[in-house]
Design a protein around this ligand. Sequence first.
Ligand code: NAI
Ligand code: NA
Length: 396
Amino acid sequence: MIIEPRMRGFICLTAHPKGCEQNVKNQIEYVKSKGKIDGAKKVLVIGASTGFGLASRITSAFGSDAATIGVFFEKEPAEGKTASPGWYNSAAFEVEATKAGLYAKSINGDAFSNEVKQQAIEMIKSDLGQVDLVIYSLASPVRLHPVTGVLHRSTLKPIGSTFTNKTVDFHTGNVTQVSIEPANQEDIDNTVVVMGGEDWSMWMGALKEAGVLANGATTIAYSYIGPEVTEAVYRKGTIGRAKDHLEATAFEITEKLKGINGKGYVSVNKALVTQASSAIPVIPLYISLLYKIMKAEGIHEGCIEQIQRLYAERLYTGSAIPTDDKGRIRIDDWEMRADVQEKIAKLWVESTTESLVQLGDLAGYKQDFLNLFGFGFDGVDYQADANEMVLVPSIK
Ligand code: NAI
Ligand code: NA
């Protein structure tokens, strides 16, 4: 069938299999162009199908020839209905990895469940023996707690007082004021349960107990800090509490993995257009200004450039992993550069529906958003019939 983007709010209901394949191929080419990385050889990626997790899987495989197991939660295709983009990305990834002689298998299911953890453990045991790197890159609005059976929902709210600031509808370019009521304690607790570190810690505990972590195994989860303009709704809001918890969990995991000389780290990454970040108010306006400035400075990066740099210049340099005073790896260094942030603060004040066309990179935002779903890629014939029933080879 001919597949076109069908937008509804912050999501696109369709995905293009050929475009997703092109996206994966482009990322692979980028990693290969940067040369080999002396990294981990057996890698488990939790949240492996889109965004930073997909970029991590690609960097491990095509930077370090690693065998990878990817865990994700994606919608399969049905006749006349496309799969979600992460499904097509994973299908393309497995095909390309296999062509390159690399082991790649995937698990499609709820990573928060005990069942999926057991499935991953069994797969590691039978196919790889142990893993030496675990990337934890989940972004989810809900978590069904495996012990209590309670379904928790995360929220994106300020804490303490109502937050009012500018935001942009990136589809229309309309800049408006948005007001978000403050969270109550329940909102905060739920967000920490969903996006904090408890599940990461459960994963690492289960992997260790099962004996499938190699000596010296490392695990990394991704965090965000960001600028003052988004602080009230991001880092000092409900999601920020979850990130505080995630960051604290890294130390707990290091403690838990002492017996095998394992280490848990958080890497603070740059703000990027992903399915997760597009849903956060205020962030799209910030990102459109950030992109404009970083592109002008020649320091713009997407997920793959970020993760390739994380591996090549932080994790696997041959020296100790550099961290900030809170023990975090920082790959948001270019975003947070004082000159970049000063320019954004100035443009922020000046941004209106009329001026943003010049001041911001809305076109870049929209392009990246379309790309998430496999649309807008050069080299893909979007008028041609596409087979929506593409399968992930390792998933029956
Ligand atoms: P994303 O939405 O692109 O990827 C989320 C991944 O999690 C997908 O592979 C999805 O299938 C998987 N997933 C979601 N729920 C699942 C479940 N129940 N079971 C199994 N898999 C599940 O998100 P993105 O942006 O790559 O986020 C990953 C991490 O990076 C998050 O912790 C996020 O906070 C962090 N981060 C994101 C930034 C951004 O600007 N996008 C900036 C810095 C950090
Ligand atoms: Na991800």
